[in-house]
Write a protein that binds this ligand. Structure first.
Ligand SMILES: Cc1cc2nc3c(=O)[nH]c(=O)nc-3n(C[C@H](O)[C@H](O)[C@H](O)COP(=O)(O)OP(=O)(O)OC[C@H]3O[C@@H](n4cnc5c(N)ncnc54)[C@H](O)[C@@H]3O)c2cc1C
Length: 547
């Protein structure tokens, strides 16, 4: 995903270009992929409904063997792995829809698949040799062995490049790995781990640890010296297995190295860059669950002699959830289509989907709880579980702050280097459907204002923009909102058949909700509270430091 391709929509947006041709027509897949996807997603939905009890999984804090077996029987563990090695060879479109379908039933269960396909095996898909793929994919595709991704350590969370696990040659042509990995999804039952460790510096054998490059290794569970800890006691995703992974003198051959020596950090980043799109799809599944269950309550529950769903303020919550889900789908599906076409870079778009969908899901959970009142607060109902499960999405696979930094730093790179050409003075989004002209016009206006802010910010900070976090946050908030608006317009303007009134309303409302945030952020750019924030936080931080 995202290498040596044409710059994507978001990168060009930072330079003031609103290139609707990159998003229009909406990249719907061909009929065959659409039909396959609908069939598989439907099958998964039906099976999950029968086979998975999310409340029990949450309470017992484990996923029953029967569920993992069922997933294997459905072929889910090989969904995106190449057909020649036992997988189904499905693309991102199908993957996203299947993840959504499974997430619509149980967030813990879908996390197993995300850890396996989105992270663990992804390293081999992207960087494995043909020999490695032929050797390991069949058992991964069948679900006989589940994979995990082991990057995080106690001192290396967001700053994953600070990891201290080492891999040294053992003198017999093998690698000896030592270290401790933290909070590894699928840790309790995974049988393969993609482990990241520091290998010796190629030119300086005595280089300090933190100057040694990082390399990725494919490590089997049965390797002597590999241990996993007790399951973590978590706030949410309670059924998903999250454990420590200890590596003490674990020996693997050089044929277990994934990618080039010293290229491990690139492997990790590219796995995460592609994996987080799947997480956005999971958020859609959970958001629909929260919406549907809370609505079922709101149309039945009567207060003041009327169903609560009919009150204006409750209607705001209901329509807001629906419009946000429409936008989440638009961004996520659009990016899936672009990934499958493979023509343009999609790294920034995938990050935008992750930020938008995780934050909107959190809002939707909040709305669902408000709609259901005290009932939603009771543990016998699913709303509090959905809310607990949703919270981690803003933290793992790159926290939303780290992604904001990444998006804005990447987006302004050409401006910082003086390589960006001047964009049009008044960008326009061409090709919007009838009835959405206002939304398209607003998008053009706000994209122009955003480009001006991006340039002004680069002029103020130059290369130091990397450190200008208040600016980075505002720029990425704007970029994400503009991308999501463009995705909504693209989707609504290229729908199958005529755009229905209902869909036009939804698209329009989705755009307006995003517009409100964009205008607030642009207003903040004009009169920032940054100095106040810095002073207020500084005194509080100073007072909180251990003496
Ligand atoms: C349930 C669960 C499953 C996980 N699964 C896996 C897995 O399978 N494999 C794996 O390798 N890891 C996994 N992780 C680890 C996860 O990726 C990390 O928790 C995540 O990267 C954040 O690191 P941290 O928790 O150490 O937070 P920290 O890095 O300590 O961050 C704390 C806060 O500081 C902010 N922050 C940090 N740096 C900056 C900065 N430069 N600028 C602005 N703000 C900043 C963050 O945004 C965050 O809000 C999992 C974690 C959990 C909880």
């Amino acid at each position: 995903m995202g290498q040596h391709k044409q710059p994507g929509f978001l990168r060009t947006l930072f330079q003031g270009t609103l290139d609707s041709s990159l998003l229009l027509p909406f990249p719907w897949p061909d009929e065959e992929v659409r039909e396959t996807t609908e069939t598989v997603a439907e099958m998964v939905r039906d099976w999950a409904h029968e086979a998975i009890d999310p409340a029990e999984i949450d309470a017992r804090k484990r996923i029953p063997e029967s569920v993992l077996d069922g997933m294997a029987e459905l072929g889910l563990f090989g969904l995106t792995l190449p057909e020649e090695y036992g997988g189904s060879g499905c693309g991102q479109w199908t993957y996203a829809h299947v993840m959504e379908a499974l997430a619509n039933r149980c967030a813990s269960t879908v996390t197993v698949l995300g850890g396996h396909l989105g992270l663990g095996t992804k390293g081999l898909v992207l960087y494995g040799t043909e020999e490695q793929k032929a050797r390991w994919f069949p058992e991964l595709a069948s679900g006989e062995r589940i994979a995990a991704f082991a990057l995080t350590e106690a001192g290396a969370g967001s700053d994953a490049g600070a990891l201290r696990t080492t891999a040294d040659p053992d003198g017999n042509g093998n690698w000896r790995i030592d270290g401790r990995k933290l909070w590894i999804t699928n840790g309790g039952f995974a049988r393969w781990f993609l482990v990241f460790a520091r290998t010796p510096h190629p030119d300086r054998p005595d280089a300090p640890l933190m100057e040694r490059p990082i390399t990725a290794f494919w490590v089997p569970r049965e390797a002597s010296g590999l241990t996993t800890g007790e399951p973590e006691n978590k706030m949410g995703l309670c059924g998903s297995s999250t454990t420590e992974v200890g590596l003490e003198g674990v020996v693997v051959g050089d044929d277990h190295r994934v990618g080039e020596l010293g290229e491990g950090f690139k492997v990790a980043l590219n796995v995460l860059n592609s994996g987080r799109h799947g997480l956005a799809a999971c958020c859609i599944g959970q958001a629909k669950l929260a919406r549907d269950l809370s609505l079922a309550h709101a149309v039945q529950r009567e207060q003041f002699g009327r169903p609560i769903a009919e009150f204006g303020m409750m209607r705001e919550l209901i329509a807001g959830m629906d419009a946000d889900i429409y936008a989440m789908e638009a961004g996520c599906w659009l990016t899936a289509g672009l990934v499958d076409r493979g023509e343009t870079e999609t790294m920034l778009e995938a990050a935008a989907c992750k930020m938008f969908s995780t934050e909107r899901l959190w809002d939707i959970c909040n709305s669902a709880l408000q709609l259901t009142g005290g009932t939603g607060f009771m543990r016998e109902y699913p709303f509090e579980r959905i809310l607990r499960d949703a919270r981690i999405n803003l933290i793992f696979e790159g926290t939303n702050q780290v992604l904001r930094m990444m998006l804005s730093v990447q987006g302004t790179r050409a401006l910082v280097r003086g390589e960006a050409s001047e964009g049009p003075e008044s960008p326009r989004f061409e090709g919007a459907a009838a009835g959405l002209e206002r939304e398209a016009e607003v998008l053009g206006e706000l994209a122009g204002a955003f480009a001006a802010e991006a340039r002004a910010s680069v002029e103020r900070h130059g290369k130091e923009i990397r450190e200008a976090q208040h600016d980075l946050r505002r720029l990425s908030d704007l970029a994400v909102g503009l991308f999501q608006t463009a995705a909504v317009l693209s989707r609504a303007s290229t729908c199958r058949g005529e755009l229905s009134e209902q869909e036009r309303d939804l698209a329009s409302l989705a755009c307006r909700r995003i517009e409100a945030g964009l205008r607030a952020t642009l207003a903040e750019c004009k009169e920032t509270p940054d100095e106040l924030v810095d002073r207020a936080s500084e005194s509080r931080i100073r007072a909180s430091r251990p003496s």
